[in-house]
Design a protein around this ligand. Structure first.
Ligand SMILES: [Fe+2]
Length: 165
């Protein structure tokens, strides 16, 4: 189930919700776009994103037995940011985006049907778990904008990782 858990930077939980509207509102407050797309609207909504300038789109699919899953998981487990927005639509499966903004940590467990857009420059990390399972569409303004700029801060190690479903 989609879930948002909010912590302070010391690791104390300060709120949690599984309600999609509440997640959209809480994330909207820090400039993060979060939407639940009904399957019937997937094509129309992704076309709308292209029209907004996210003109490069691809789809990634990772299965629990992927031979490179450990390396793939490790790649974005530490705090980083990008020059472009990180826009992902989960077609199926799950992944955990954790965002750091204004003294709070927002852990967003995304599931099939969820769109999240992490704004350019926002510190965050991503966990696909030890047995990754997801299919996601990635929307880019420029693929080069999605190179990770790692902060070197070990903060991600203090917060929960993706729990198996
Ligand atoms: Fe990222």
């Amino acid at each position: 189930m989609t879930r948002l858990t909010i912590f302070d930077e010391a690791g104390a939980e300060v709120g949690a919700t599984g309600d999609a509207d509440a997640i959209t509102a809480a994330l909207g407050g820090i400039g993060v776009r979060f939407e639940r797309w009904p399957a019937s609207e997937q094509d129309a909504r992704s076309e709308a994103l292209r029209a907004e300038g996210y003109t490069t789109v691809d789809t990634v699919s990772v299965t629990p037995d992927h031979p490179d899953r450990d390396a793939m998981r490790a790649k974005f487990l530490s705090e980083h940011r990008h020059a472009d927005d990180e826009v992902r639509y989960f077609v199926a499966g799950s992944g955990l985006f954790t965002l750091r903004e204004r003294g709070r940590i927002y852990a967003v467990r995304c599931e099939g049907g969820d769109l999240i857009s992490v704004p350019a420059g926002m510190r965050h990390w991503f966990d696909m778990g030890p047995r990754p399972h997801f299919t996601a569409m990635r929307f880019f303004r420029t693929p080069e904008g999605w190179v990770g700029d790692f902060t070197g801060d070990p903060i991600a190690d203090r917060f929960p990782r993706l729990e198996p479903a």
